[in-house]
Design a protein. Sequence first.
Length: 312
Amino acid sequence: MKFLDFHCDTAGECFLQQKPLWKNDLHIDLSRASSFSAYAQVFAIWIPDEKRGDAAFQYYRAVLENFRTEVQKNAAHIAICETGSDLQTVLQQQKTAAVLAVEGGAVLGGCLEKLDQLYRDGVRLMTLTWNGDNEIASGCFSETNGGLTPFGQRVVDKMREKRMLVDVSHLNERGFYEVAERLGAPFLASHSNAKIVDNPYAAARNLTDEQIRTLIRQHGLIGINLCADFLGNNGSTGFDAVLRHISHFLELGAEHCLAFGCDFDGCTVHESLSGIEHIPELFSYLLQHGISEPQLENIFFENGLAFLIANL
Ligand SMILES: [Zn+2]
């Protein structure tokens, strides 16, 4: 089967735990991923909210260097893609197509020129915030309810100019709508679920129906997050919870803008979803529970590929 995923924290964990990308005990490694007939993965470098200014940028560079070394060691199996045509070429070569992302606009330290550096480094997607405030906007757990700052507005404009993907996962609602209006173009929530779950984490992080409709209208993309807190509660955080979210998204008309952003190596998942090797079992479960094969092929791969080709 083919699989495309919009968010994982594997690059950071490989760096922090000094684990190899080929074979490890994390959620993702390339040896397990080689069972897919095609596989594309957005690898995010997460900037923790404790890191600001130069410390944020230095941490990003350290994770990036480590990841590049791992990619070089595994050059027969993976390549970093910067354009839609790179993606198509690398997938034809039966390699993992990697796209670089940064999760947390704090990496810029309030300096617009750093965005050029990220672009030169091959980064093609940036999640504007993590949970707290930064120079660009306010995250979903911030109490300030800030919108896009003047600097944040310049960042969004420049990302659009450079064809970098603007990611609103973790952003608060006010920021979400300001980004939607300012861009007037496709953007994505790389790893966000629907607000149909009753716990405080999900209430802050998941998307309202109106946000989902806005993403559909702007030909955006939503990646389904497998994080237990965002999928459900009271023990229902496995395959059935994923089905519930997909059904809700489909009811709202998201068939062509739904994908996965599993959040592997960045969160706690149900044991039935505890690594990329479980993805084919999830596909089978959803097929047996009423989601059609063409819909599943769209969600697991085709929608994401079309989005990247159209917008990179
Ligand atoms: Zn995240």
